[in-house]
Design a protein around this ligand. Structure first.
Ligand code: PBG
Length: 435
């Protein structure tokens, strides 16, 4: 049966007008399945195939039948068509050389934007982003000096607005980091499991605004950080013994209480970032014992003792009071050790494995992606963010392009989700908003 093909408008934005999309080669119909209000006015075209009513309508309109056309060609009466274009000239002085005898020329598959888009292996979508947000007790938003564009957000105002902005461009996942008043910090970090503390209070507020309703598609995914450092008067992720040793099992006990308190407030995913041994299993058991079987654990599996965390520690005022974190965070020189951590986390019931920092540790992301079936997260940390911001501000690099490239590279290395301070900016870029 004959069929006709025609174009119909649809709501997806056209790739032409989205500069960043062009750059990352997004295929809108695949990747832009989110609540992006800005795309409503744009029309793109979609092919729709329907059965045709008339068999030979098209050729009849011109008054010549198919048979007549064919007969004309057979009789040597060839219709006109544009000539073969001349060979473009090379600049004067170009050496004349014999062609290299190559059977494979990879450039053939890169020769046009359409072909490059066809063969693109990795895509980037706002659905891949988790937006880390700093919160504090204040009413105002306080800029963070070392992280241009980032603020300590007032938990009742600035935070709620920022979450709304993120959701507008398809970022539905956030992770919360609290700036805790010094007076509430202690050596054992007990404020971490205060059900009325800043984080549980904020989770309750957000879940009240964005309730977990199947009918509304579960509007917001809240990740939390599980570690004692924002609550520790020593600025360490665990309890510090008088000789400076970070006590493992005692810390895990506190972390379990912290995770349960966050789950009780409505957290969707708790994320231990402390690097204590055995914490994933212990947290899983503690959550289950309290009826939080549905709460996920994203484990910071391979978290390195990195200098890239500097700006974050300024943001939260959480610098260790003494020493460093090298007895619990991993040595940046180590690769195989990530497998030891991943084996433990997988067997203890982690739902997501995270690698941190991101870009300097692409090999570790790829390693875990290849060895484990679980979703992989990458954390593009504060230092990575600040370097791109600084390079852009100094006009040494194109901030937006480097931002998008770095995120794409994390995806290419194997990350399913990316925790990034660029989440809002990058999602706006993917939505076609110029900033
Ligand atoms: C602490 C924590 C840190 C980060 C996330 N959670 C800092 C640290 O380990 O000292 C760093 C994030 C960043 O640098 O963006 N549990």
């Amino acid at each position: 049966m004959a069929s006709s093909v025609f174009h119909a408008p649809c709501g997806a934005p056209s790739i032409k007008q989205l500069e960043c999309q062009k750059y990352v080669g997004l295929r809108p119909s695949v990747t832009l399945r989110f609540n992006c209000v800005k795309t409503k006015t744009v029309t793109a075209r979609r092919l729709v195939v329907t059965a045709s009513k008339s068999h030979d309508g098209a050729s009849k309109k011109l008054g010549i039948s198919d048979a007549e056309c064919e007969a004309a060609v057979v009789a040597g009466n060839i219709p006109e068509a544009p000539p073969v274009p001349p060979k473009p000239a090379a600049p004067a002085g170009t050496p004349v050389v014999p062609s290299l005898p190559l059977s494979r020329r990879p450039r053939r598959n890169r020769k046009s934007p359409a072909m490059r888009a066809s063969f693109q292996e990795t895509n980037l979508s706002p659905a891949n982003f988790v937006y880390p947000l700093f919160i504090h007790e204040g009413e105002e938003d306080t800029p963070i000096g070392a992280m241009p564009g980032c603020y300590r957000l007032g938990w009742r105002h600035g935070l709620v607005q920022e979450v709304a902005k993120a959701r507008d461009v398809g970022v539905n996942s956030v992770v919360l980091f609290p700036k805790v008043p010094d007076a509430l910090k202690s050596p054992t970090g007990d404020e971490a499991y205060n059900d009325n503390g800043l984080v549980p209070r904020t989770i309750r507020l957000l879940k009240d605004r964005y309730p977990d309703l199947v009918s509304q598609n579960y509007l917001l995914v809240i990740y939390t950080d599980v570690a004692l450092d924002p609550y520790s008067s020593d600025g360490h992720d665990g309890i510090v013994r008088e000789d400076g040793v970070i006590m493992n099992d005692e810390t895990v006990h506190q972390l379990c209480k912290q995770a349960v308190s966050q789950a009780r407030a409505g957290a969707d995913v708790v994320s231990p970032s402390d690097m204590m041994d055995g914490r994933v299993g212990a947290i899983r058991a503690a959550l289950d014992a309290e009826g939080f079987q549905h709460v996920s654990i994203m484990s910071y599996t391979a978290k390195y003792a990195s200098s890239f965390y500097g700006p974050f520690r300024e943001a939260l005022d959480s610098n260790p009071r003494f020493g460093d974190k090298k007895t619990y965070q991993m040595n940046p020189a180590n690769y195989r050790e990530a497998l030891v951590e991943a084996q433990a986390d997988e067997s203890e019931g982690a739902d997501i494995l995270l690698v941190k920092p991101g870009l300097p540790y692409l090999d570790v992301i790829r390693l875990l992606r290849d060895k484990y079936p679980l979703p992989i997260a990458a954390y593009q940390v504060s230092g990575e963010y600040s370097m791109i911001k600084a390079g852009g501000a100094l006009k040494m690099i194109d901030e937006q392009r480097v931002m998008m490239e770095s995120l794409m590279c994390l995806r290419r290395a194997g990350a399913d989700i990316i925790l990034t301070y660029f989440a809002l900016q990058a999602a706006r870029c993917l939505c076609g908003e110029k900033r």
